[in-house]
Write a protein that binds this ligand. Structure first.
Ligand SMILES: Cc1cc2nc3c(=O)[nH]c(=O)nc-3n(C[C@H](O)[C@H](O)[C@H](O)COP(=O)(O)O)c2cc1C
Length: 358
């Protein structure tokens, strides 16, 4: 039986246990400058100090046009790189490694921030067609991901996580639902995985063998088996860690087995783990909100690590609670943290915690 408190090697890093923080954006914690602010530094410091083995800093834009909104962190200029050094220093001071998620919104982009681009000319949220990227634009965008990784390394990050799920640009390339290209970046699974795989190979070359490269991959594009093959392409290119979540094609087609004590998205990670066991570490995520759920997955060898999203937003002490049984405040599952500006939609668990500690 695996112990959730036992160390695990991921790439060249050794994590002290199996609990990691999932990337979770805080829209109004920065502004149009996209820099890491005091409140962001404090936010990650607090979550690094309570038992977690790895922090993954939130989705961070690789170019201005790839942001969700104006108040979104970026890693495309020197001021932003410099500001990120405060997050890495704060997390390292707590004795754990930290990576940052790199993202471009692609077809889900905000037209106020630039042309909305995608692998193919698909409909966007605004009803307009996305601009289908030319080969030169594909290569330029791959370069932007690699440059952002180089900036992350300069800022002191131990690695990066590519956002390759939840319907953003790398996921769009991998998905048969929105990628209709007829060149080497579309068609077969191998071709659709090429956009992400070449970025991974480029980061490995630019950042060296010790730099952790994780991919937060969609566990269902076409099928789980097809997504596993995309994962294989990323691993062959140099990816050290597959962190599995949902994507574009799973909405109605992911069957839920009601006999399983974890949810359907989590199950995608479990399926990846079955495939990559002993070869590549895999994490799962989604609705792991209590110590019992977290321990169940690791103790039954269903995944290598578990990622905490809302649970660790609600209370940074959740990892301590998982490891030692210490008290914590359970997430209310109210979805307020997903509404956008955090300062207007207060987390009730956080309010309860602050009152208890006042
Ligand atoms: C407030 C909030 C912000 C999020 N931001 C990101 C993000 O930046 N990148 C990402 O890949 N997923 C993001 N997610 C998804 C979470 O990482 C996670 O996959 C999801 O919340 C399910 O896990 P949970 O049930 O533990 O919260 C976000 C979720 C929430 C609630």
């Amino acid at each position: 039986m695996a112990d959730i408190g036992s160390p695990i090697k991921i790439g060249k890093l050794t994590l002290k246990n199996r609990i990691t923080m999932a990337p979770t954006v805080k829209f109004d914690f920065t502004d149009d400058t996209g820099i890491a602010t005091d409140i962001l530094v404090q936010h990650y410091k607090e979550r690094a100090e309570h038992g977690c083995a790895l922090i993954c800093v939130e989705a961070t834009a690789i170019v201005p046009g790839g942001r969700f909104c104006r108040g979104h962190m970026g890693l495309y200029n020197d001021e932003q790189t410099e500001s990120q050094k405060r997050i890495t220093a704060a997390v390292h001071a707590a004795g754990i490694p930290v990576i940052i998620q790199l993202n471009h919104t692609g077809m889900t982009g905000n037209p106020e921030l630039g042309p909305v681009i995608a692998p193919s000319a698909v409909d966007t949220r605004s009803g307009e067609k996305a601009h289908a990227m030319s080969i030169d634009e594909v290569h330029e965008m791959q370069r932007a991901y690699i440059d952002a990784a180089v900036r992350a390394k300069a800022a002191g990050y131990d690695g990066v996580q590519l956002h390759a799920c939840h319907g953003y640009l790398i996921n769009q390339f991998a998905s048969p639902v929105v990628n209709f290209r007829e060149d080497e970046y579309g068609g077969s699974i191998e071709n659709r995985a090429r956009f992400g795989a070449e970025i991974i190979a480029g980061i490995r070359e630019a950042c060296g063998p010790d730099f952790l490269i994780a991919a937060r991959i969609s566990g269902f594009e076409g099928s789980v088996e097809e997504s596993v093959q995309t994962g294989e392409a990323y691993v062959a290119a140099g990816c050290d860690y597959l962190q599995v979540s949902n994507g574009i094609d799973d909405a109605d087609r992911m069957e839920r087995d009601e006999t399983l004590p974890y949810n359907a998205v989590c199950e995608l990670g479990v399926r990846f783990h079955e495939h990559f066991k002993g070869r590549v570490p895999v994490s799962c995520v989604n609705s792991i909100l209590s110590p019992e759920e977290a321990r169940y997955i690791i103790e039954n060898d269903l995944c290598d690590t578990i990622d905490l999203g809302r649970g660790i937003l609600a209370d940074p002490a959740l990892p301590d609670a998982i490891l030692t049984g210490a008290p914590y405040v359970h997430c209310f599952e109210c979805k307020r943290c997903q509404y956008g500006p955090f300062t207007q939609h207060k987390c009730p668990a956080e309010m309860k915690r602050r009152i208890a500690h006042a």
